[in-house]
Design a protein around this ligand. Structure first.
Ligand code: ADP
Ligand code: MG
Length: 650
């Protein structure tokens, strides 16, 4: 069935197949029009249309039109040969198009045979499919509304309809599909957006409440004294924001409600130490904690960090990644099962089947945006009811945070540790490579290190993208063996990667050429420059993450983007270091689906609401839906259940 192609399976689907735009149908007066004005003109065909075949199967038709106010104008239209037989001389038509005043012709985009009703009209335009055009859809929708409009369920409870003086649902739908005026249209649209967002937020809030009350969490006893002692050994003072989020997390840990919290903070804002402190607190109160990272490099780095930080204690720390030996894995599994490990750090290996935990009290997921929704829930189900802390450096615009992470509490680190300097970012073309090498040379002479990023590992005959291998040759040549250069990428074995990273951390290597495996989390503060080849191949958020590998100390750092195309988009990077702004821009350019790894559930797509535009309505529905859910009025029960029943657990 053709409607199914448009994802329409029910009357509700059909009546909520909303127009994607509206055209104002208003007759033009050619005399007062300017060159190239868009026009809508009534008239009669005045000459037999002449069909001209162009190349590539294209065609063009020309004829003369006597307009209803008595003027004569030429009309041409492309690729409508099929209209020729209906355009007999004398036929009344309406022509939509662009007026080329000089030549006195209308280049038509559409011709409708038979005059349209007079006067101003707002016409809905629908996305159709082959064999089902906008006009047919319009009449199908109107028929459905006429026959079934009164049966459609209204998901806004009565008391809210009264409170906001909303139109009833059928009326609103009628208006949206046949708007009498822009004012009415606006009123109807707001009502429908509210309904859609109200349902959405009711579900989110329901999950949130369920999380709070369900399977009560474990109330941990926090040993503040021991924590303070550890904090005092740090080489820096926690920032105000770090203090604040740590308090929020510790409060959650000590509460008997289960924690479900997102720790958000731009690249380099110092989230790791907060996670470590939370984990430490948890261990002190007698529980196992797990930290999951998206890459082995990152898991390793965390492992080394934590080991180093807690070396004065007898806390048992282990690393579990895909590449450790089977024997070692089995040993770790066993110890996890017996609750003999305090802190376990790893990659996806942590949630593989067969891994069971005893006494799991806290699960931390680093770089949350790299994991899919499924993985997120998977680890949640591992323990009894561990507290959950997600960390993400992808600053999510508030609107999106509310929807995607709507069932979580959010802690945000807004300011970077003091002393950080802005990372100067330059956009260079491939012909300016000499300048770039010179900049690199200066950094190297100052005993600083450099990352060089390329999109590919090996040559590929289908692509002329830069490869890490080719860059190594180039750099060797340019720096004539004065500095040590290494390559790292995802295809290397873990032991090799470890060795390479270790050498780089110890400044035995000065230039590390890499694919985006170092995109997330890697922290080597002496690296003050990053050069990214074929920068146009990467999304802005990825570039921001990559750039975040430098500027991680008080040393002035640089980022060079090399690209011959897409410079307008890349220019955003040279203008701001603010991940928030960049992600907004990325959302605008690429949509949100991209940023969160695995496609988020279909819940994120709205039919009429736009979470960016309708943020105010979203906030209102957030409040209203919470009140609705906690309202004990029996008569609301049925509606509540109906909305909640559409939640797809996953
Ligand atoms: P991210 O939030 O991107 O994960 P990290 O936790 O890796 O950032 O921290 C970035 C760097 O800043 C690390 O080298 C870390 O040791 C350092 N750092 C963290 N907190 C502070 C602070 N309060 N003052 C100075 N440096 C800090
Ligand atoms: Mg990090």
């Amino acid at each position: 069935m053709l409607l199914n192609k448009l994802n329409i399976y029910s009357v509700l689907d059909l009546t909520t197949h909303f127009p994607y735009r509206y055209d104002l149908i208003k007759r033009s007066d050619l005399k007062s029009c300017n060159e190239e004005d868009k026009v809508i003109i009534d008239g009669k065909v005045d000459s037999i249309p002449i069909l001209i075949r162009l190349k590539n199967n294209l065609n063009k038709m020309n004829f003369r039109l006597t307009t209803s106010d008595g003027n004569i104008v030429g009309v041409s239209i492309f690729n409508r040969a099929f209209l020729k037989k209906s355009l007999e001389v004398g036929t009344s038509i309406t022509v939509f198009g662009k007026f080329e005043k000089q030549k006195n012709i209308i280049v038509a985009s559409e011709i409708r045979v038979g005059l349209l009703p007079k006067g101003e009209r707002i016409e809905p335009v629908y996305h159709g499919t082959v064999g089902l055009n906008s006009k047919t859809l319009s009449s199908l929708i109107n028929n459905a509304l006429m026959d079934y409009g009164n049966d459609l369920e209204d998901y806004i409870p009565k008391y809210l309809i009264e409170k906001y003086n909303f139109l009833n649902k059928k009326t609103a739908l009628n208006i949206v599909h046949n708007p009498p005026s822009y004012d009415k249209l606006k009123e109807a649209r707001i009502r429908l957006k509210y309904e859609e967002l109200f349902c959405f937020m009711t579900k989110i809030n329901y999950l949130k409440l369920k999380n709070k009350t369900r399977e009560n969490g474990i109330a941990k006893t926090i040993n503040y004294e021991a924590l303070d002692k550890l904090i005092s050994t740090l080489p820096f003072k926690l920032t105000e924001d770090q203090d604040k989020v740590l308090t929020e997390i510790l409060d959650d840990l000590s509460s008997s409600n289960r924690m479900n919290r997102l720790l958000q903070g731009d690249v380099g804002s110092g989230k790791t130490i907060i996670a470590i402190l939370a984990m430490y607190a948890c261990v002190l109160s007698g529980y196992t904690t797990a930290l999951m990272a998206p890459t082995e490099i990152l898991a390793n780095q965390h492992y080394n960090n934590i080991k180093n930080l807690l070396k004065g204690t007898n806390i048992k720390i282990e690393l579990l990644t895909g590449s450790i030996t089977k024997a070692k894995k089995d040993e770790i599994y066993k110890r996890l099962e017996n609750g003999e490990i305090d802190i376990i750090i790893g990659t996806h290996a942590l949630i593989q089947e067969g891994v069971t935990y005893k006494n799991l009290g806290l699960v931390v997921t680093d770089e949350q945006h790299r994991f899919g929704v499924l993985q997120r829930t998977c680890l949640q189900n591992k323990g009894v009811t561990p507290d959950i802390l997600y960390m993400s450096a992808t600053p999510i615009p508030r609107t999106y945070a509310l929807t995607i992470y709507g069932d979580m509490d959010i802690s945000t680190i807004k300011t970077l540790p003091s002393g950080r300097k802005k990372i100067d970012t330059f956009l260079k073309s491939t012909s300016e490579i000499k300048d770039v090498l010179k900049m690199m040379y200066e950094e190297l002479l100052n005993n600083h290190q450099i990352y060089v990023i390329a999109p590919l590992i090996e040559e590929n005959e289908n692509s002329d993208l830069t490869t890490v291998n080719e860059l190594k040759d180039k750099m060797e040549l340019a720096f004539q063996g004065k500095f040590n250069i290494d390559i790292i990428h995802g295809k290397l074995r873990q032991v090799e990667k470890d060795k390479i990273m270790e050498k780089f951390v110890n400044n035995e290597t000065q230039i590390l050429i890499s694919t985006t495996v170092i995109e997330v989390g890697v922290d080597v503060p002496n690296t003050t420059m990053i050069v990214i080849f074929d920068a146009n191949r990467f999304g802005l958020s990825t570039l921001h993450q990559l750039r975040g590998r430098v500027g991680r100390s008080n040393l002035k750092s640089k980022c060079v983007l090399i690209s011959d195309s897409d410079t307008k988009r890349l220019d955003v990077m040279t203008k701001t270091n603010d991940g928030f702004e960049i992600s907004e821009e990325d959302f605008k350019l690429r949509g949100h689906g991209d940023l969160f790894g695995v496609k988020q559930s279909g819940d994120m797509t709205f039919k009429i609401a736009d979470i960016k535009e309708d943020y105010k309505i979203l906030l209102q529905t957030k409040k209203d839906s919470l009140e609705f859910l906690t309202n004990s009025d029996e008569s609301l029960k049925k509606l509540k259940n109906e909305i909640i029943s559409t939640i797809q657990e996953g």
